[in-house]
Design a protein around this ligand. Structure first.
Ligand SMILES: Cc1ncc(COP(=O)(O)O)c(C=O)c1O
Length: 372
């Protein structure tokens, strides 16, 4: 296997070498079919097998219950910000949607949903500049909300829910909708607390173009009349994600990633438990280095620090360029922070090996020796 630089992109992001090598090997002729997966009919026997296996493996990895549909859609997380309210805001005929704003992505979700529904911001982390999650006990949830939206991992701000909110315990019967785009498949999901989850594939799962939607069966069938048929979850579920042409190549690569994950072992564990443990260890290594540093800092409250996206800042911002140039020279790529917050960000998704984080930590130490 070639030794590539370590890629810390927030997405599209690093994929396992093993998977990319398999894609390359199968590019011209998928398993004796004489066709590239890109060239196959989405309704033919070969692709049907690819899609069904991918779905079954994903369901198995995440322990998705039988009363949830897994939909392979397109449009990404941003499209779901419209597709979700178009499908769910009339679930109980209230048209009311409560959104907990914990960072840039949930803020966008609230703005988009407001085009289709009566949106209330149930809580807002803006006062802490999104370095902490508003305490669930203080959320202002409306009794008749059709659903409550939460982004469970804020990719830009680096805050993550390590436990999903229990809406019932907060006095709400509304289904919880989670945008899990940037930590999907990095950890288990407590489905008993979720009505719908969505996320683009381009972080932990595969190439851009594929959007995963996990939706509980009883939430289907209430789409607004303006909802395009191709985005009506009932229609997509009934057609088993083949109502229109799905992103076939992205589904194929995602399927290989699922198989890689099922084989994955670490610290005496396998599959999702193994990757979750490695994610915990990688994040802990990097946060410890940042916390011990006099030069660098992460500003997120300890209890909600993301395991996937770790923003960090040099106390002397004038050194940002020097740091990033040095990183590139050492094979540590795409560490520049999001333009809205500046600084640096290390996205350490499933496919980032422990060695990548060790190399970054070694560079942080070296940089501190030189500039501290
Ligand atoms: C948490 C979250 N939600 C939504 C989006 C938007 O996703 P997309 O670019 O697939 O539309 C992103 C993209 O990075 C994200 O990180």
């Amino acid at each position: 296997m070639s030794s590539r630089p370590f890629n810390f992109s927030a997405g599209p992001a690093v994929l396992p070498d093993e998977v990319l090598a398999q894609v390359a090997a199968e590019m011209l002729d998928w398993r004796g079919s004489g066709m590239s997966v890109m060239e196959m009919s989405h309704r033919g026997p070969e692709f049907s097998e690819i899609a069904q296996t991918a779905e079954a493996d994903l369901r198995d990895l995440l322990q998705v219950p039988a009363n949830f549909h897994i939909l392979f859609m397109q449009g990404g997380g941003l499209a779901e910000n419209a597709i979700v309210p178009m499908n769910l805001s009339q679930l109980n005929a209230s048209g009311k949607v409560d959104v907990v704003v914990t960072g840039a992505w949930s803020k966008k979700s609230a703005q988009e949903a407001a085009r289709y529904a009566d949106v209330q911001i149930a809580a807002n982390g803006a006062a802490t500049r999104y370095t902490d999650l508003p305490a669930a006990a203080e959320w202002q949830l409306r009794a008749d909300a059709a659903y409550v939206h939460v982004c469970t991992n804020e990719t830009i701000d680096g805050v993550e829910f390590h436990q999903l909110p229990d809406l019932k315990a907060l006095g709400s019967d509304a289904p919880l909708v989670i945008d899990c785009s940037s930590h999907q498949l990095s950890r288990t999901i407590d489905w008993s607390r979720v009505g719908l989850a969505f996320g683009g594939a381009q972080k932990n799962i595969g190439p851009a173009g594929l959007t995963l939607v996990y939706v509980r069966d009883d939430l289907l069938g209430k789409a607004l009349p303006i909802c395009p048929s191709a985005f009506d979850y009932r229609v997509v579920a009934d057609a088993k994600s083949m109502y229109n042409t799905p992103p076939t190549f992205s589904i194929y690569v995602a399927g290989l990633v699922f198989q890689w994950l099922k084989r994955f072992s670490y610290a005496g564990k396998t599959g999702l438990a193994a990757i979750e443990q490695r994610n915990i260890d990688k994040a802990s290594l990097l946060y410890t280095a940042l916390d011990q540093s006099n030069l660098f800092e992460n500003r997120v409250a300890l209890h909600c620090r993301s395991r996937m996206n770790i923003p960090f800042y040099l106390r002397n911002e004038a050194l940002n360029g020097v740091f990033l140039d040095g990183a590139r020279a050492r094979g540590l790529l795409q560490l520049k922070g999001h333009k809205s917050v500046g600084g640096m960000r290390a996205s350490i998704y499933n496919a980032m090996p422990l060695e990548g984080v060790q190399a970054l930590v070694a560079y942080l130490t070296e940089f501190e020796t030189q500039h501290g």
